[in-house]
Ligand binder design. Structure first.
Ligand code: PHE
Length: 325
């Protein structure tokens, strides 16, 4: 038997094989029990010892050659096909994490939507303010004790980080004639030590409504409507006299959730009737307009709404907190 010819033929055929089932056929043909090689081995039993040794050694070499050919081919086919073999398109995919809005943004959107329903327009103002708009024009002159109400981050040249959104009252009135109703959502900054109720940055929504027949009754109605809307009727509102230099009279608004009647009242805004001096400052004619103004604390609303007892969570990038919204 011509073993070299057999090896050559086997090698040629194996190099043309492209899949495992063809390779299996090849294995049966060249290495199986009925292969030429096996039959060749079988024929040895009639040979002399001498011949048997000789041919046996050659036949063994041929078998080792074919076996290693088979192993190599199998390996290369398997590595080329592994990818397809183990790719199961019916398996459920990995869940891709989805982003979402920050709790403050959610609450801010709620507040804005509630005021928009009542005809308020949204206006934005600068976070860097002048001393004039943040203080003087609001009847808080330099060296006046009322300035202590707002611990300030001062910048250069009389500029500062606004301590409240009230400067927009002046800026807006300078450019617009009544009647109007606006809200000014935005960030404010105070140079304060932080605790569970105070942060050095927070959000306010300023409100200003000016017309020719406005009283505190209008303010009460509108604020109650908005708070009921935000808290889906589950809230009690309390008005308390207070002082701010740019309103007269001034008041503060506290709220409490109806389902926690024994809980604490939480202050959510300062407010009052616009002081007539402000109308003079923006050169409105005397005794023509009245208005109310308020500054709503957004974090306070969010704390009550979501039952969060520390304001510092909002500016802390702790994913375990943020993931809950
Ligand atoms: N600007 C005041 C504050 O930050 C709140 C306020 C706004 C009070 C409007 C009265 C009128 O404390």
């Amino acid at each position: 038997m011509d073993l070299d010819a057999l090896k050559k033929r086997a090698q040629e055929e194996s190099s043309a094989i492209k899949n495992l089932s063809d390779l299996e056929k090849w294995r049966v043909k060249y290495l199986g029990r009925k292969s030429e090689l096996s039959l060749f081995f079988d024929s040895f039993k009639n040979l002399s010892l001498e011949d048997r040794k000789n041919k046996g050694a050659q036949a063994n070499k041929a078998r080792i050659f074919l076996t290693s050919l088979y192993e190599q081919k199998k390996k290369s086919l398997e590595s080329a096909t592994t990818h397809f073999h183990f790719f199961d398109i019916t398996r459920p995919g990995k869940k891709i994490p989805k982003g979402h809005l920050h709790p403050i943004t959610l609450v801010l959107n709620d507040i804005i939507r509630s005021f928009e329903k009542l005809g308020f327009a949204v206006v934005l103002g600068p976070e860097i303010e002048t001393e004039y708009y943040n203080f003087d024009a609001l009847r808080i002159p330099r060296n006046h004790p009322a300035r202590d109400m707002w611990d300030t981050f001062w910048l250069q040249k009389g500029l500062l980080l606004r301590t409240h959104t009230s400067p927009m009252q002046i800026r807006y009135m300078e450019k617009h004639e009544p009647p109007f109703r606006i809200i000014v959502p935005g960030k404010c900054f105070r140079f304060e030590a932080t605790d569970s109720r105070h942060e050095f940055q927070f959000h306010q929504v300023e409100g200003l409504m000016v017309d020719d027949n406005i009283s505190l009754a209008n303010f009460k109605f509108i604020i109650e409507e908005v708070l009921k809307d935000i808290f889906k009727n589950q809230v009690t509102v309390r008005f308390r006299p207070s002082y701010f230099p740019f309103v007269s009279p001034g008041l503060e608004v506290d709220i409490k959730l109806k389902n926690k009647p024994r809980g604490q009242w939480l202050e959510v805004m300062g407010a009052g009737m616009v002081h007539p001096d402000l109308f003079d400052t923006v050169k409105y004619p005397k005794n023509m307009w009245q208005g109310f103004a308020f500054g709503l604390g957004v974090e306070r609303i969010a704390m009550i709404k979501y039952g969060i007892d520390d304001i510092r969570f909002f500016f802390n990038p702790d994913i375990r907190f943020l993931e809950q919204f």
